[in-house]
Every structure is written in C-alpha cells, then in structure tokens.
Design a protein around this ligand. Structure first.
Ligand code: PLP
Length: 479
C-alpha cells in the first residue's frame, strides 16, 4: 500500500471506526463465540503473496467483530471503564505514523519533552504536591507507564533497591540475598492482584492485610503488622495502598498510612488506577488527601480520562531512586545531553522501547479541557448514584459498600447462590454485561458506568433487564 491508497483506505477506516462507535449500542456487548472460534475462520498459514485491502477489510466483520467484547457499548458495565475518544485515537494514529521508540531524549526529543509537560499538566490537575512535578531544583517527576501493574512493579523494585543499598551501607557483611530474604511488603486484601504479582517478581514476602468494614486499610492494622515484623527481625520496606479498589471502589486511609510508612522508612506507593481520574474534580480531590506522604503514585488516564489504552500516569518524589534501580548505560544508548534537564525515560521503566503516548494525552487535554473531563466524570458518578437509587428502591436487593464514584456493588438479599445464578443469567442473556466479585465471603454484582456515551436511558435499561431476570428467577420453584 502506497501513500495514495493509504489516503483512501485511511478515510474509509476512519468512517468504519466512526460508524462502529456511533452504532455500537446495536451490538450485544458480550460475544457469543466459544474458545477456538477464530482458528476456523482464517487459514492455517500466512498468505504467500499479498492480498488486496478489500479482502482484508471484509474479514473485520466476518472474523474479528463476532469475537469482540464491546467495551464502549453503553450496555457494558463490567470491570472498570477503559477510555476512548476521537482525539485520543487521532493521537495514537500520529504516534503510529511517527513510529519513534522514545527510550531517551535523543531518540526523539519531542517524545520525551511532551511527556514531561503533560505529566506536569496532569499532576497540577490532580493538585499533586510540588515534589512530584518536574522542576530544576526538585527530584520529582512523572512518566507514562503502560499499565498500573507496571507502575506498581517499578515502585516496588525501586523501593527494593533503595532499601538494599541502605542496609548494605549499614551492614556491609550482609549479602543482597540475605537482605531480600528479610524484606516485607504490605498491601490490603482488597488491592489489585498486580501488587502480589509485583512481590512475586521482586521475590519479596508480601502481607495482604485485612481491611475494615468499608474495605479500607487503616493505620492501626499497618502499624501492628510492621511492629510484629520488626520484632521478628524482618525489614518492612514497601506498602501499596489503593485509592479506589477493584472489587468495591473502597479507599485505603492513606493519610493514616503515610505517616506510619515515613516513620519506619517504608516506601508508600498509592495505586489510584481507576479513582485517580475523579480527583481532577475539586469535590473528589479529598480522596487523595495523604498522597503527600507517598514516594510514588499512579492512576490510569486510560481508565476514566478519555485516553485510549495504554496510559498509566506515574509520579515519583525522587526520580534518582527509580533510575538508580533500573539504570543500564551501554554506549549505543548514550547521548551528549544525558543527565541534563530532560530525563531518559528508559531508566524509569522495565522495557527499553516506548511509544509516543503523550500525544494522545495532549490531544485529549487540549480538546476536552479540564472542564470537559470533569463534566464526563460528574455525569458518570451521577448515573451510578441513580442506578444505586434504583437498587435501593427494590426491597429484594441491597447495596454492598458505598457508591462514591462510578461503581455500584449490589446483590440480592440472601444467599450467594442466588446471586451467582442472577449473574449467570444476566450474562447469558447478553443484553448487558457485568462481572461479579466477592469480599469477605459475600458474593455480589458490580455495575460500572463505563462507555463515554452512557445515558440515563441505558442505566434504566440495564436495571429493567436485571429486574426482569430477577422476576423470572422468582417464578422458578426452588428445591
Ligand atoms: N489497580 C487497580 C486498583 C485496578 O482497579 C486495576 C484494574 O482494574 C489495576 C491496578 C490493573 O490495571 P492495569 O491493567 O493498568 O495494570
């Protein structure tokens, strides 16, 4: 395909994308295929000579769409949202066209410099403490990681190197292995599984601490765990606290946890993957009170800030502690401006290569403006509250936890088994899609407001489907 054909096919593809997103509510949110469906629709081997675009394009509806879960359908209420907007798609198109691998400033200066600027913009939108922003005096700064999981892993490995260096300075006879054996990380039983995975990769012990009745990790619990571990001769070094947990959207008490971490030299990382976006609204900013005590923080603009996957914004108070953990400097990657005012992001992440992700963030921030993004968050929260009211008004149901942002956890009063049946019937029905979760042995359903275009009519539609299925369940004789 040469430029002339690309111009034409590109326009067609833009039309296809716009049609897909405009009419997505006509597609069932969850596909009806079984595992292995696609293998039978395409040949076993790649074509020996090139095909026409028309034959490729025909296969989008024949091969791909039957197996797509439509995350941007207004009837999709599973997991948490993932961002999608036309400015972000345009940003990704340009990023793909430029196609640079921005591992260092020299490898594509605009890629690094725009990221530095948009990370400061985002940090200011969240009213992050100044120490997290880039400045000539301070040591802080932000980076776009691919996912929250990577941000947590980078934070844990940075904390691990920091504590190893400190311990070795104090106890030169201890080997790195002996120190690692004594390290203890903490998180709550409600945190995302990526935190435990980070500890697995970092080969450190992790304790998943119990939460209170609201699903929050509180200071006393952490204090008790740290004291017990110190008594055993272990070395507490890392806490991953969550603002907006995955199952319940509960909030760890970071303003209690932070001072405890600082007292014991424990690196507090705050994961606000979903809820962080809401903190651009002044009325939700209180959720981040205490973030000033953390060493690192992340949230996912690719969840709730209209930016397409992948984009997890991460800030650190001391970037030298991150680059200190990851720095590798072969001659072929060096450049003459290294170590000057601009970072070489390759030292802040696991992979070497990195895409020009800041373009899509820049386009989104400029085209929606802060007020446009706040409007979207407020609309989604309002819709969740309205759904919560519909649930509360039906005496067969109860709300689990609190509806603070765009997630409503709810269940039929009574045994878990009835809720398991309800969940299965809703998803088998396929008009809407949601996923369940379980906290302290209570099984419940999660209703997340996900797609950008979700309206009140979609919320009432979802509730009518749930009620209809519940009504039918009541007619089925039990035992
Ligand atoms: N942390 C929290 C609180 C989450 O809710 C999620 C996913 O929903 C993650 C981390 C994982 O996000 P990612 O896919 O960006 O690694």
């Amino acid at each position: 395909m040469e430029a002339d054909e690309f111009r034409q096919r590109g326009r067609e593809m833009v039309d296809y994308i716009a049609d897909y997103l405009e009419n997505i509510n006509q597609r069932r949110p969850f596909p009806e295929v079984s595992p292995g469906y696609l293998k039978h629709l395409i040949p076993d081997e790649a074509p020996s000579s090139g095909e026409s675009w028309d034959s490729v394009k025909a296969d989008i509806e024949r091969v791909i769409m039957p197996g797509v879960t439509h995350w941007h359908s207004p009837h999709f209420h599973a997991y948490y949202p993932t961002g999608n907007s036309y400015p972000a798609i345009l940003g990704d198109m340009l990023s793909d066209a430029i196609g640079c691998i921005g591992f260092s400033w020299a490898s594509s200066p605009a890629c690094t410099e725009l990221e530095v600027s948009v990370m400061d913009w985002l940090g200011k939108m969240l009213q992050l403490p100044k120490e997290f922003l880039f400045s000539e005096e301070g040591k802080g700064g932000g980076i776009i990681q691919g996912t929250a999981s990577e941000a947590t892993l980078v934070a844990l490995l940075s904390a691990r190197t920091t504590i190893i260096n400190k311990q070795r300075a104090e106890n030169p006879n201890m080997t790195q292995g002996q120190i690692i054996d004594k390290l203890v990380a903490y998180t709550s039983e409600q945190s995302h599984s990526s935190v435990e995975r980070a500890a697995l990769i970092g080969m450190v012990t992790i304790r998943t601490l119990p939460t209170d009745d609201k699903g929050s990790l509180v200071g006393d619990t952490l204090q008790a765990a740290i004291s017990t571990d110190i008594e055993k001769g272990l070395i507490p070094f890392f806490l991953c606290a969550t603002v907006g947990t995955t199952s319940l959207c509960s909030f760890d008490k970071i303003s209690e946890l932070g001072p405890i971490c600082n007292k014991y030299g424990v690196w507090m990382h705050v994961d606000a993957a979903y809820a962080g976006s809401a903190c651009i609204c002044p009325e939700f900013r209180y959720l981040l009170d205490g973030v000033e005590h953390s060493m690192s923080f992340n949230f996912n603009p690719h969840k709730w800030l209209m930016v397409n996957f992948d984009c997890s914004a991460m800030w650190v108070k001391d970037r030298t502690l991150v680059s200190g953990a990851f720095e590798m400097d072969p001659l072929y990657l060096k450049h003459e401006h290294q170590g000057q005012i601009m970072p070489d992001y390759r030292h802040w992440q696991i992979p070497l290569g990195r895409r020009f992700r800041s373009l899509k963030v820049w386009f989104v921030l400029r085209m929606f403006g802060i007020s446009g993004l706040q409007q979207q968050i407020r609309k989604d929260v309002l819709l969740a509250k309205q759904f919560g009211q519909l649930v509360a008004d039906d005496s067969r149901f109860e709300i689990v936890g609190e509806v603070t942002l765009g997630l409503v956890c709810f269940r039929l009063k009574g045994p878990n088994s009835a809720n398991e049946t309800l969940n299965k019937k809703i998803n088998d029905d396929r008009r809407i899609h949601l996923v369940p979760s379980k906290v302290k042995d209570t099984y419940f359903l999660r209703f997340a407001v996900c797609a950008r275009g979700t309206q009140m009519s979609d919320v009432t539609f979802a509730w009518s489907v749930i009620r209809e299925i519940t009504d039918k369940m009541a007619l089925i004789p039990t035992g």
